[in-house]
Design a protein. Structure first.
Lengths: 112, 113
């Protein structure tokens, strides 16, 4: 089975600070990569995804992620966070099969 | 409005009782999934189904059962054999194919007393 690692379990930032959340996966073949966000009291929703093409993908709300195949990584970034970005963030991987594998999540708290 | 509904939002059961969690979608998706979310453990796959009348076990299927008699519905039964059933359960659906994202329901929080 795949494994997905999110090394930052809890991140606290002040508004306007830059954000980078790490995600590493174990599978060496073709992968589809996702970042999901769970705002307090809301459904999990897709932030962005990568399956081919430009390794720098842009998502909603100013988020972006870079796929680095040689490092098995798909880190999430945002240049300037807002209080409304407070949420839990999950990285997920699909190895072109039927299953999705999720990381343990990173809880982000943004202080106004 | 297209989406996934899960009911109820909160569920309490006594130890030793089976309980069924509902999941309905009107997105016309063929694939449906059940996950369990525990603090610090992310989402773990219980069962998934790619098509009606077919389903496969995920990583933590022991103590759970599912059925897929209709495209729109994928109920999950938590049996008395599940040793630690208290958790947050999430249902998702997608168009089959690994590059298609999943859409999630609001979840059911099950507490077994």
């Amino acid at each position: 089975a795949q494994s997905v690692s999110q090394h930052n379990h809890h991140v606290i930032l002040s508004e306007a600070a830059s954000l980078e959340l790490g995600c590493n996966y174990s599978y060496g073949g073709t992968v589809n990569l996702f970042w999901y966000v769970q705002y307090p009291g809301q459904h999990l929703q897709l932030l962005l995804k990568y399956f081919s093409g430009d390794p720098l993908v842009k998502g909603i709300k100013g988020f972006e992620a870079e796929f680095i195949k040689s490092k098995f990584s798909f880190n999430l970034r945002k240049p300037s966070v807002q209080w409304s970005d407070t949420a839990e963030y999950f990285c997920a991987v699909n190895d072109a099969g039927n299953q999705f594998y999720f990381g343990t999540g990173t809880s982000l708290t943004v202080i106004p | 409005d297209g989406g996934i509904t899960q009911s109820p939002k909160y569920l309490f059961r006594k130890e030793g009782q089976n309980v069924t969690l509902s999941c309905e979608q009107n997105l016309n998706h063929d694939a449906m999934y059940w996950y369990r979310q525990d603090p610090g453990q992310g989402l773990r796959l219980i069962y998934y189904s790619q098509i009606v009348n077919d389903f496969q076990k995920g990583d933590i299927a022991e103590g759970y059962s599912v059925s897929r008699e209709k495209k729109e519905s994928f109920p999950l039964t938590v049996t008395s054999a599940q040793k630690n059933p208290t958790a947050f359960y999430l249902c998702a659906s997608s168009i089959p194919g690994g590059f298609n994202e999943q859409f999630f329901g609001p979840g059911t929080r099950l507490t077994v007393l």
